[in-house]
Design a binder for this molecule. Structure first.
Ligand code: ZN
Length: 109
């Protein structure tokens, strides 16, 4: 996908699939504590707008990582399959965790 267009932002998240078929939701967030970006290993300062990457695993369950927005745009989002924008309201932590408790065949897209 070329040009994520500054996504994610307050209104829109992105959802795609990684190489293993896990769902990857890329969600805008503000850092409430210090995080370390898994891509560049640099720190994400408190108060910084960044991207939370929440995986809903094929096998069930979820996991998430905090990325610099720029790192996610350059290194993560281009590698996702079928990345498309989804309303940010669909990507709340509670909704995704509930999604992770359902077998993949019963997840609605
Ligand atoms: Zn980074």
């Amino acid at each position: 996908m070329t040009g994520a267009g500054g996504l994610p932002n307050k209104r829109w998240s992105l959802r795609g699939y990684d190489d293993e078929g896990n769902e990857a939701w890329v969600i805008r967030s503000i850092a409430h504590k210090l995080y370390r970006c898994p891509s560049c290993h640099g720190e994400i300062d408190i108060g910084t707008e960044h991207a939370v990457v929440q995986y809903v695993l094929r096998a069930g369950g979820t996991e998430h990582h905090h990325w610099h927005k720029q790192c996610s745009e350059e290194l993560l989002i281009p590698g996702l399959r079928d990345a498309k924008r989804v309303p940010a309201s669909e990507s709340s932590r509670s909704k995704l965790e509930a999604r992770g408790r359902k077998p993949p065949g019963r997840r609605r897209s």
